[in-house]
Design a protein around this ligand. Structure first.
Ligand SMILES: CC(C)(COP(=O)(O)OP(=O)(O)OC[C@H]1O[C@@H](n2cnc3c(N)ncnc32)[C@H](O)[C@@H]1OP(=O)(O)O)[C@@H](O)C(=O)NCCC(=O)NCCS
Length: 382
């Protein structure tokens, strides 16, 4: 048996290298803390290539040429409709259940209807096909459940719209403006991948037992939901709502910091000087605020951002601006974390496939701190 030394213990696995990956680098080319997907800087991808191109890059290793993109896009569009059984389930699940919980169940159900359902977990080609179907169908699933829970008629996916426009169309029954479509697409690109974050780690651990890709994604969705991870974008919006007006912002944040309150949307386990995704999104928040003619939330966010950054040395992370961005798109708060998931599924899938292609069971150790060895007393003597 191998013995774990007490010195090996890192609470929260901070700084532990638990995998090798060729998918994302969060130290940047110069080690300055940038984010790259397969060697491409996020600043060069966001706003320049679509979510579809980014998903192809993550799954297939290279940016697509025109023909590859046409074929990939056609496969995604064709895979968009979801099984009738899932729609029926949405009608039975209580309306009060959070969309993130429903999404977790949805992916489990989608697994049963996948044409490759019985393929071996290590079948690389089948896993890529499953990943493409999940990318297409999770968006339809989130939109369909949202419409059903609101008592609205379903809006079928439209094959003439790209991934970003089609999602907003299925939610609102209205084709978005080009500014909205482009900002949503960009946010999906920024949310797509982020190395060994908690949900990606959970997905990799799950499939390291040679379990299947759908099980890996279900684990990831359950892990993303928590407010210290993906759930932070919903919590960030609640902060802005609680503050309510720009005039309240300074007092609210000073009181919160004095109470040592954790401010959602700030801080990061790895980025200590700033999250590059937040910097990109902030510019788009301002532009969309102008488009919808309401800069109140920008004026609330700014003093909070200044105070947390300067007094706590905690810059905003991606979830701080994305909450505002989605609000400007008319998306309700409970959809923010599911949107994170339907973007991140491409990154999760790429990691799951990478894990299965080079698998070794993930099985760390724990340092035992319980009672020492002791005899079992008969029940009457306890
Ligand atoms: C993301 C996060 C969990 C990473 O934190 P971490 O590296 O594990 O750091 P810890 O949770 O151990 O916190 C370390 C210290 O910083 C403080 N801190 C961290 N994030 C904070 C925040 N958002 N607001 C206020 N204080 C914060 C903690 O209270 C703690 O202070 P203490 O040492 O006085 O107790 C953390 O920054 C956080 O909870 N942020 C808010 C949730 C969020 O936005 N999550 C999305 C991440 S992309």
């Amino acid at each position: 048996m191998s013995h774990a030394s007490a010195d090996d213990y890192r609470p929260g696995l901070e700084g532990v290298i638990a995998s090798e990956t060729a998918i994302a680098n969060i130290e940047g080319a110069d080690g300055a803390g940038g984010l790259e997907y397969r060697g491409y800087r996020i600043e060069d991808l966001a706003g320049h290539v679509s979510y579809e191109q980014t998903a192809f890059l993550l799954l297939h290793g290279e940016l697509p040429n025109r023909q590859q993109l046409r074929e990939f896009d056609a496969r995604l569009r064709q895979a968009r409709p979801i099984p009738e059984a899932l729609v029926e389930l949405y009608q039975r699940i209580p309306k009060s259940i959070h969309p993130m919980d429903v999404l977790r169940s949805s992916v489990s159900v989608l697994a049963h209807f996948d044409p490759d359902a019985n393929a071996a977990p290590t079948d690389h080609a089948a896993n890529v096909r499953k990943a493409e179907r999940m990318i297409a169908q999770m968006a339809t699933a989130v939109a369909a459940r949202r419409r059903i829970s609101q008592g609205l008629p379903l809006v079928a996916p439209r094959a003439d719209l790209d991934h970003a426009a089609n999602f907003l169309y299925m939610v609102h029954d209205k084709v978005p403006s080009e500014a909205m479509r482009a900002a949503f697409d960009l946010s999906l690109v920024l949310y797509t991948e982020h190395e060994l974050n908690a949900s990606t780690f959970a997905a990799r651990v799950t499939v390291s037992t040679l379990s299947d890709i759908y099980s890996g994604i279900v684990s990831a969705i359950g892990t993303l939901k928590g407010p210290l991870h993906g759930g932070a974008n919903e919590e960030a919006w609640k902060v802005l709502e609680r503050v309510g007006s720009p005039e309240n912002a300074e007092k609210w944040i000073q009181d919160a910091l004095a109470r040592k309150q954790r401010i959602m949307g700030f801080g990061h386990r790895v980025y200590k000087t700033g999250d590059p995704r937040a910097t990109i999104l902030k510019t788009h928040c301002r532009a969309l605020a102008q488009e919808v003619g309401d800069d109140r939330w920008e004026r609330i966010a700014e003093p909070i951002e200044q105070a947390v950054t300067s007094q706590k040395m905690l810059p905003p992370n991606v979830d701080w601006p994305s909450a505002r961005l989605y609000h400007y798109m008319g998306l309700e708060i409970e959809l923010y974390t599911p949107i994170f998931a339907l973007a991140r599924v491409a990154g999760w899938a790429a990691h799951v496939i990478e894990q299965l292609d080079h698998n070794r069971l993930m099985r760390p150790r724990a340092r035992y701190i319980g009672p020492p060895h002791r005899p079992v007393k008969p029940i009457d003597q306890r």
